[in-house]
Structures are given as structure tokens and as C-alpha cells.
Design a protein. Structure first.
Length: 312
């Protein structure tokens, strides 16, 4: 498996699948808010909604892997501290900061700042944890890829509004991306001792449960949907996290962090394109601005992976 998942072509295909799934979460969540009657300004109910999704994702991972192994996917006792640390970074802290931050900032600012996750992952892996070297190609790839996210989101934004930031808004979204980046490093570290899929499943179960508790205790509520397909939508959102994070964890285990993390710049692009398809937001998706963003993101991915074998 190591040889296959280290092949650049396999990394490209699997990372594309993960980013496509994460991008599809954008329209899926927006539709979910409508069918489960959640106000987009009701942060507590959104946290509860997210907790249900992540708990479902964890249960799906545990169920599928248990069926494949023909035994219950039970976490080892020595893996519990790792599961707890990962659930805090990857699920609880990341999404609590993210949802609170989004409630106090614009969608443009939120999307642009969310694009920093891949950049932070590479910096942490190179400068703090010393898993690989920080090269000029990696820095260039991050800058170019991030420029693509900025270009895609700058339409209609004035200079004054662009630089209006707040700790509770843009600051919290930034903290969420730092937490996301740390979670990738933790996956890289823990995967040397424990099964990545087991870690992914049980951290979602724990993290989702904590978010449900937080949402309920702070007054979050979710209405029962009148449309039966709403439950299929929730199942799909659970599968997004279950499949994407499990595959992503395997990629991080067998590859340098930079080779994998640079692909996260594609997620907002997929989100825009899929929103155009399912939410009727075609004006933003099919424009020269989005095409330019796609070119920049692809150039950034190429820059990081061009000499990855020599640089890392």
C-alpha cells in the first residue's frame, strides 16, 4: 500500500477525490440548513448540526472498517490520548472556531482565510516539527495557490471592507485553520503507531459527541425535516467526512505533508463549481475570475510537487 499511495499519480487522484468531497460539503450544508430549518445566524444550532454530521461520520467509519476486518474496530487503550488530541484539533476546536468566526465575518473573508490551511500545514511540518525541508518551490506554490483563492473571492470587495477584520470573526477563522493544520501534523505523527482509519473513525465519534453536547447545552435546536430525502443528505454529509478524512490520513501517512496539503487550495474551487450546479450560483462559478483562480491553484500544486522527491 505504501508504494501505491506514494505514487504521485495516485496522490493526485486521491487528493482530488478528497477535495471534491470537501467542496461538495458547501452546497450540501447550505441545503441542509434549509431542510432542517436552521437559521444561518444560529451558531449553536449549526454546531449541533455539525456534531451530528461528524458523529455519523465516525460511526460509518467504524462500521465499514469493522465489516472489512470482520471484527469490531475497537481502539487500543494506548491510542486513546491520540484519539482525544486528534478529535480536539481536527473536529472540536477547528469547527467551533470556524462556525463562530463565520457568524461574525463575511463569506468572502471566511473563504479567503480558509485557504491558508494548506500554507500553515507546510510551515508547521517544515519549521516546527521538522518532517521536511522548507524550499523555495514550496513557498512559491503556497503563495501562488493562495493567490488563486484570493482572486476567486475579491469580486465586489472594496479596499476598505477587505481590511476590516475582527478577532471574533476573521481571527477565529484563522485559529480554525491553525487547528486544522495541526491536525494534519498529528495524523502524520500518530499514524506511525496506530491505524489511520481507526484514528479517523473514533476521533469523529468523540469530537462529534462533544459538539452535540456543546450545541445542546448552549440552546441549539434542529427541526425535523418534512422531506424524507433530507436524511439521505445527512448520510451523504457523514460520508463526506468519513471517506475524505480517512483517505487524507492515508496520504499523509505515506507522503510528505507538503505534497498532500497543497491540494487543499482546490477545495474552495470545487465548492464554488458545485454550488453553481446545485444552488444556481453560476455567475460566480463560470467566470474568467474562477478560471484564473484554477490556473493559479494548479500552478501552485505543480510548483510544490515538481521536485518533491529531491526537496523533501
Amino acid at each position: 500500500m505504501r508504494q501505491n499511495l506514494s505514487d504521485k499519480r495516485v496522490v493526485f487522484l486521491v487528493a482530488m477525490v478528497c477535495c471534491f468531497l470537501w467542496g461538495s460539503a458547501t452546497p450540501a450544508i447550505k441545503i441542509g440548513y434549509q431542510v432542517f430549518r436552521i437559521d444561518t445566524g444560529d451558531t449553536q444550532s449549526i454546531i449541533l448540526f455539525a456534531g451530528i454530521r461528524f458523529l455519523l461520520a465516525g460511526l460509518l467509519v467504524v462500521l465499514f472498517q469493522s465489516l472489512l476486518q470482520r471484527r469490531f474496530l475497537r481502539p487500543q487503550r494506548e491510542a486513546l490520548p491520540s484519539i482525544f488530541a486528534l478529535s480536539m484539533a481536527q473536529t472540536v476546536v477547528q469547527y467551533l472556531f470556524f462556525y463562530v468566526g463565520l457568524a461574525h465575518t463575511s463569506g468572502v473573508h471566511g473563504t479567503i482565510i480558509s485557504g491558508t490551511g494548506g500554507f500553515f500545514s507546510i510551515l508547521m511540518a517544515s519549521l516546527i516539527f521538522r518532517y521536511e525541508k522548507l524550499t523555495g518551490a514550496k513557498v512559491l506554490g503556497c503563495v501562488v495557490g493562495f493567490a488563486g483563492i484570493v482572486v476567486m473571492n475579491l469580486s465586489g470587495v472594496t479596499g476598505e471592507s477587505l481590511f476590516q477584520v475582527s478577532l471574533l470573526g476573521e481571527g477565529f477563522v484563522l485559529f480554525s485553520q491553525l487547528s486544522y493544520s495541526l491536525s494534519g501534523i498529528l495524523v502524520k505523527r500518530f499514524s506511525g503507531r496506530f491505524d489511520v482509519v481507526m484514528l479517523s473513525g473514533w476521533q469523529f465519534v468523540l469530537g462529534g459527541s462533544i459538539m452535540i453536547l456543546v450545541g445542546l447545552l448552549t440552546g441549539g435546536r434542529i427541526g425535523l425535516p418534512s422531506r424524507p430525502w433530507a436524511y439521505l443528505l445527512m448520510l451523504y454529509m457523514g460520508l463526506i467526512s468519513a471517506v475524505a478524512y480517512s483517505l487524507w490520513g492515508l496520504l499523509l501517512k505515506y507522503n510528505p505533508v507538503s505534497r498532500v496539503s497543497i491540494f487543499t487550495f482546490l477545495t474552495p474551487l470545487f465548492g464554488v463549481l458545485l454550488s453553481a450546479l446545485f444552488l444556481g450560483e453560476a455567475e460566480q462559478a463560470f467566470s474568467l475570475r474562477t478560471l484564473a483562480a484554477l490556473v493559479l491553484v494548479c500552478a501552485g500544486i505543480y510548483a510544490v510537487n515538481r521536485r518533491q522527491a529531491d526537496a523533501s
